[in-house]
Design a protein around this ligand. Structure first.
Ligand code: C6P
Length: 406
């Protein structure tokens, strides 16, 4: 298995006097040197505000920022660069849709279809919208392995459904959702589809044009980019009709004392000084991922997953949530050790330098659905290798011994 660790200096660090085994990329990924250098390079050589200055430095900063937009456009195969709006995160992208697209397009009695595996960021904004306009939220069931129940989705779709909003990859169950089938069924009743790509964009090739989704949201920090930068992709004609999400500088055409007109896409959605460095860093992350190739990223992770599933399933008293077939399970493995609280497991693992997440993973409705309050979660990325999984397994055995599991 090829190693990519050398591009990530942080992986040479120690925690608790142990070599770092980073298995929490689902929460945020590490950044390769290429991304860190792009950020430093921007601040050292090109830093200026964008779109405003007539001077050279500002033009240079603007060029880098807009080049990052082009890179993102090509990364997700959007037909038009104006469809790429820079936001702060997946969370902000989804909130903007709920606050801006929502009230302009939904009314009392309309329905929004979600799934039981959504992250809080793809639930709470819709609850607030539903309360605001009098719409109703409905949830699509999962089967006993955690896959989306397409039949249930089709049963629940009707001409009242205005939005279907779902994750591309569950941050707990590791399942992919059947996006194309969902889009086909939703469009047949005239509903729009929002895809939460927070866990999708980092791990698989994405083609929003082929998927035919109406909106796509994702975060830079989970795909080797900096924190504080995210993306909202929208179908051009939908973005064009959507009221701005925020108002202020940069997004205007002409400001009068009592009324203003707004500029064109994408600037209309980027009020104020944007996260210029963040966008440039995200562009560098896209370059990095593309230099490896998203198919290679996927294949590398599939190998890790196959190895990890085998090793974890062999541990007595360990329950894995989501499909047991490693080919159907991606990027994250959520599990529990019988008789040991997930927080205790994570604390013991930390003593061995193995960093995993424990808790509800911002998916409390899914935890309720699974009948648990919390799980441990190990999540992988390109820079992990088989030795990381061996260290996870060894540390889990230490945890079992510590808590004297029989
Ligand atoms: N999940 C996790 O550890 P932000 O925080 O805006 O970058 O991403 C929100 C988000 C939305 N959808 C899904 C499917 C997600 O997994 C996340 C973030 C992290 O699982 C932090 S809770």
């Amino acid at each position: 298995m090829k190693t990519y660790k050398n591009d990530f200096d942080i992986l040479k660090t120690k925690v608790n006097d142990q070599p770092l085994t980073y298995l929490d990329s689902g929460a945020t990924s590490q950044k390769p040197r290429q991304v860190i250098e792009a950020l430093a390079d921007y601040y050292e050589h090109d830093n200026a505000n964008i779109h405003r200055g007539i001077y050279t430095l500002s033009q240079r900063a603007t060029d880098h920022y807009e080049a990052a937009r082009d890179k993102v456009q090509h990364f997700i195969h959007a037909a038009d660069r104006r469809s790429i709006i820079f936001t702060r995160s997946t969370t902000e992208s989804l909130n903007w849709l709920a606050q801006s697209y929502g009230p302009a397009n939904l009314k009392a009695g309309d329905e929004i279809l979600l799934t039981y595996m959504e992250h809080h960021s793809n639930i709470v904004p819709w609850q607030v919208l539903a309360q605001r306009v009098g719409a109703k939220l409905k949830y699509v069931a999962l089967d006993d392995q955690g896959f989306l129940d397409l039949d249930d989705l089709k049963r629940q779709l009707s001409d009242k459904t205005k939005l279907v909003t779902l994750t591309q990859l569950s941050n707990v169950l590791g399942v992919k959702t059947p996006v194309k089938e969902v889009v086909k069924a939703a469009h047949a009743v005239g509903a729009k589809v929002i895809l939460d790509g927070a866990q999708g964009a980092p791990h698989m090739p994405v083609d929003v044009t082929d998927l035919d989704v109406d909106f796509y949201a994702f975060s830079g920090h989970k795909m080797m980019g900096p924190t504080g930068i995210g993306v909202l992709y929208g179908r051009l004609e939908l973005l064009d009709q959507m009221p701005p999400a925020q108002y202020g500088g940069e997004m205007i055409e002409r400001v009068g004392l009592y009324e203003s007109t707004y500029t064109k896409l994408p600037e209309r959605f980027e009020a104020g000084t944007p996260n210029i460095a963040g966008a440039i860093g995200l562009g560098a992350a896209v370059d990095y991922l593309q230099s490896v190739g998203m198919e290679t990223v996927e294949a590398h992770e599939a190998e890790l997953m196959a190895y990890a599933m085998d090793k974890l399933q062999a541990i007595d008293g360990l329950t894995i949530y989501g499909p047991k077939d490693s080919k159907q399970h991606h990027a994250v493995i959520a599990f529990n050790l019988a008789g040991v609280h997930p927080h205790d497991v994570a604390t013991i693992l930390d003593q061995s330098g193995v960093e995993v997440r424990a808790g509800h993973h911002c998916a409390q409705p899914l935890m309720d659905y699974l009948g648990v309050t919390a799980t441990v979660r190990a999540s992988f990325y390109l820079y992990n290798d088989l030795a990381d999984i061996d260290r996870l397994v060894d540390a889990l055995k230490v945890a079992q011994e510590y808590f004297a599991y029989e």
